[in-house]
Design a binder for this molecule. Structure first.
Ligand code: SF4
Length: 378
């Protein structure tokens, strides 16, 4: 599990915070947990190793954000805009933001959030019925693309079924509390939540038992290192069924991802904004236009230079997919030069461009993380 803590420190807000792990850890070293401070990992997603490659790659997904604080805590208001930029920039990483302060989310969103960033999941924690009833309506009504719920520590049986019915919640995780003073967690509560998830086709995970676990009326004390293992052993996780259409361009995209040069292209925030504003219908129209203009003719005396090199999503996609000139079309896609492109060939190229662009927008690109340009934080 990869954790990114851009800031550290928090204030207790509800019963789930009572035995906060971060407080317990800080107490051991005499640190004041209520003081919210930037950490040395503030820019972690932008850090590169000796080979100038990002330390975090899409293989590390998901990245858990703010596990020793709360992303929406007031004290971090002055830093959050910058961190949103980092999150937006690393569109290849998937960030999970876990929060008990969902009520602050709307006032903390960046200007370009619109319906939500594709690479961000907001995970709302609610430990009992009261916090579920307070927080989940806000989770559902705030614009975002990915939503999840965590009951951890789960302090009682919680009915969340009314909130699952709309199909907006993707997953629910349950778990007990760890530590010496841990409150007990009852297996029946976990099973009831599981039932609600299965009924509404929502993924479910039993994450850990906690230190005091009750099953069939018996009380078990479970060592820290066994808590996740025991939960896994219960084998009650559930994966929701989603319909995924096969992508006919996947094979060629995998081939292209093996090229250091081709895989260095990504859609910049400006290009992603452009796609969002224009919509895919317009992007598709522009793609046809660009392909006809730059590739459609029988002969290009300047072949290799006819496609503009700029931030535009179509041109970026053309370089990324080796459809930027006729020589590359022949080399990578076996479309011979010296004649006009057929309509079928134009359709194929446009389909490939849109597949690449859609994957970029969804934060699900097929690529190796060899290189991406540096972010200019302003
Ligand atoms: S919100 Fe999370 S980090 Fe903050 S005190 Fe509560 S449990 Fe701890």
């Amino acid at each position: 599990m990869i954790v990114w803590n851009p800031w550290h420190g928090c204030k207790k807000i509800s019963p789930g915070c009572e035995h906060c792990y971060m407080y317990r850890q800080d107490e051991k070293i005499g640190k004041d947990s209520t003081k919210v401070v930037q950490t040395k990992n503030y820019y972690l997603p932008l850090k590169r190793n000796r080979n100038k490659v990002y330390s975090l790659t899409s293989l590390d997904n998901p990245i858990y954000v703010c596990m020793t604080s709360d992303f929406f805590i007031e004290e971090a208001d002055r830093w959050r805009d910058e961190i949103w930029k980092v999150i937006r920039y690393r569109s290849d990483l998937k960030f999970k933001i876990i929060t008990k302060r969902i009520h602050r989310m709307k006032e903390c969103l960046p200007q370009d959030w619109w319906g939500g960033y594709r690479n961000v999941t907001i995970v709302c924690t609610c430990e009992n019925q009261k916090t579920a009833d307070e927080r989940l309506p806000i989770l559902l009504s705030t614009p975002m693309i990915h939503r999840e719920i965590i009951h951890e520590p789960m302090l009682e049986a919680i009915n969340i079924e009314p909130y699952l019915r709309e199909g907006l919640i993707e997953a629910v995780t349950c778990g007990g509390e760890s530590g010496e003073d841990a409150r007990p967690c009852n297996y029946d509560w976990i099973l009831r939540t599981r039932e609600q998830c299965i009924k509404n086709n929502v993924s479910f995970e039993f994450h850990q038992t906690g230190a005091h676990f009750i099953k069939d009326g018996r009380h078990y004390e479970i060592e820290r290192y066994l808590q996740s293992l025991q939960a896994k052993k219960a084998n009650i996780n559930f994966q929701r069924k989603t319909e995924k259409k096969p992508d006919p361009y996947e094979d060629i995209l995998i081939e292209l991802a093996r090229s250091l040069y081709r895989s260095s292209f990504i859609l910049t925030p400006k290009a992603l904004d452009y796609c969002e504003k224009k919509g895919m219908k317009e992007i598709r129209r522009e793609a046809f236009e660009a392909v006809r203009e730059c590739l459609g003719k029988a002969c290009y005396p300047n072949d290799g230079y006819q496609t503009p090199r700029n931030w535009h999503p179509i041109y970026t996609a053309m370089f990324a997919t080796a459809t930027d000139n006729r020589e590359n079309l022949s080399k990578w896609h076996h479309i011979p030069g010296g004649r006009r492109l057929t309509e079928n060939e134009i359709n194929y190229i446009v389909g490939l461009l849109l597949s690449w662009i859609t994957r970029q927008i969804n934060g699900d690109p097929i690529r190796h993380d060899f290189f991406t340009p540096p972010l200019d934080i302003t």
